[in-house]
Design a protein around this ligand. Structure first.
Ligand SMILES: C=CC1=C(C)c2cc3[nH]c(cc4nc(cc5[nH]c(cc1n2)c(C)c5CCC(=O)O)C(CCC(=O)O)=C4C)c(C)c3C=C
Ligand SMILES: [Fe+2]
Ligand SMILES: [Fe+2]
Length: 382
């Protein structure tokens, strides 16, 4: 009898176009997601396609700089291989095997492709691991909804542990701090003696209305920065949190990364930009940070511009993910933060722990948790 335990670790990420022709349909998938475009269901397909069409030119120009495609899938697959190796090396259990699968939200491989691969591999257990350190309804929450629907569609019914967030995980903070330390030492060596250097922790922005409604993302970003700064241990570190990548006309959370650059110019300090909500390189680091903001900083007269690389498959970072997966499986919880229980203050009502049932089980994922949202209606109808 085969008593092998097969643990499928499903890595959630956003996905990116794999060719110039894929840019527009990728953007249509993104802007018609009810987690992103919060308008009544009957206008969303039309409005989402309209916004995607308007964004296609700018996005295509960004992807053209990267050879016409996003590197996100290759980098995520590499992270998956490294994590798989770390998990299989670490268990010591001959009757247990781990395999990583990638489920992208807006481009291939979609959740349904991943769920089918998990089923065909003969998995006996699933761990859902978002490659977003901080939980947002627009990223991890949306991927949870998509995964639940995909698993149901392919008939996958397995014990599942969902890791919701790891914003202040000690291993993650230490691995990130090591990358900041190395980049900071290099920058200081290049700058004239005594010159000021400010670390700008730049996170992806979010419309303010989503945060006001209860999304814990901004609170979690601030927790990440506090943990990394603590792990760095540099007394009086000059640093600031800021938000990049605004793509809609609504009010987004701030200060924006552009504003932070303006302040740095006024204060006559060089900047070291550290992406804090992405753990792999893609258009928003390789183009927005390395090309656009670098140019903006130069024009503003910021006396130096440096960047911390993202974690990608950094060995310490992968080891922290492996430890996170082991702890989550060992917790016996269906929904698990890096510390096990809920970490978000009550005000952040869109923390998925707010919806955990009395028996500790995770209900099917929903957007924002408000009855009557489009996702909730789809579920009720199913
Ligand atoms: C309203 C729009 C958007 C919200 C809200 C949003 C949140 C959000 N996104 C990420 C991470 C990524 N975003 C990426 C691309 C991307 N995101 C948006 C829009 C919103 N994101 C667009 C339109 C795009 C496409 C690129 C572009 O047009 O500029 C990517 C992948 C990029 C790649 O190169 O592959 C990631 C990753 C986070 C973390 C987040 C909120 C917490
Ligand atoms: Fe985004
Ligand atoms: Fe939470």
């Amino acid at each position: 009898m085969d008593i092998m335990r097969r643990v499928a670790v499903v890595l959630f990420n956003l996905g990116g176009p794999d060719s110039p022709e894929a840019v527009r349909p990728f953007l249509e998938n993104l802007f018609t997601d009810p987690a992103i475009l919060r308008v009544p269901g009957f206008v969303r397909p039309w409005l989402g396609r309209f916004i995607a069409a308007r964004r296609t030119k700018a996005a295509s120009e960004n992807y053209a700089i990267l050879g016409g495609r996003s590197p996100l899938l290759e980098l995520t697959e590499e992270q998956g291989r490294a994590l798989e190796a770390a998990l299989n090396a670490g268990t010591g259990a001959a009757d247990e095997e781990h395999r990583c699968f990638v489920a992208m939200r807006y481009w291939h491989p979609f959740s349904e492709e991943a769920a089918r691969a998990v089923r065909d591999w003969g998995a006996t257990e699933v761990v859902l691991l978002p490659l977003y350190p901080q939980f947002s309804t627009t990223t991890t929450g949306s991927s949870m909804v998509a995964w639940d629907e995909a698993a149901r569609a392919v008939g996958l019914r397995l014990p599942t542990t969902t890791v919701c967030c790891w914003h202040s995980d000690e291993g993650f903070a230490a691995a990130t701090a090591a990358l900041v330390r190395e980049a900071r030492d290099k920058a200081l060596a290049e700058l004239p003696a005594g010159a000021g250097l400010r670390v700008l922790f730049s996170a992806h922005g979010l419309p303010e209305s989503i945060v006001k409604r209860g999304d814990p993302y901004q609170w979690q970003v601030e927790r990440t920065v506090a943990s990394v700064v603590e792990a760095l241990g540099v007394e009086g570190l000059d640093h600031q949190v800021c938000y990049q990548s605004r793509v809609t006309p609504q009010r987004w959370i701030g200060p924006s990364t552009e504003e932070a650059l303006e302040t740095a110019a006024e204060d006559k300090v060089a900047v070291l930009v550290c992406p804090i909500a992405f753990v792999s390189e893609h258009s928003e680091t390789l183009v927005e940070l390395d090309v656009e903001y670098r140019e903006a900083a130069h024009k503003l007269g910021v006396p130096g511009y440096f960047r911390v690389p993202t974690q990608n498959s950094d060995a310490d970072f992968i080891a922290s993910l492996a430890a996170l997966v082991r702890r989550a499986r060992g917790s016996g919880r269906e929904l698990c933060s890096f510390a096990g229980a809920r970490q978000c203050p009550k005000a952040h009502g869109d923390c998925p722990h707010a919806k955990v049932r009395g028996d500790g089980r995770r209900p099917p994922a929903a957007l924002g948790g408000k009855a009557g949202t489009p996702a909730a209606k789809v579920r009720e109808a199913a």
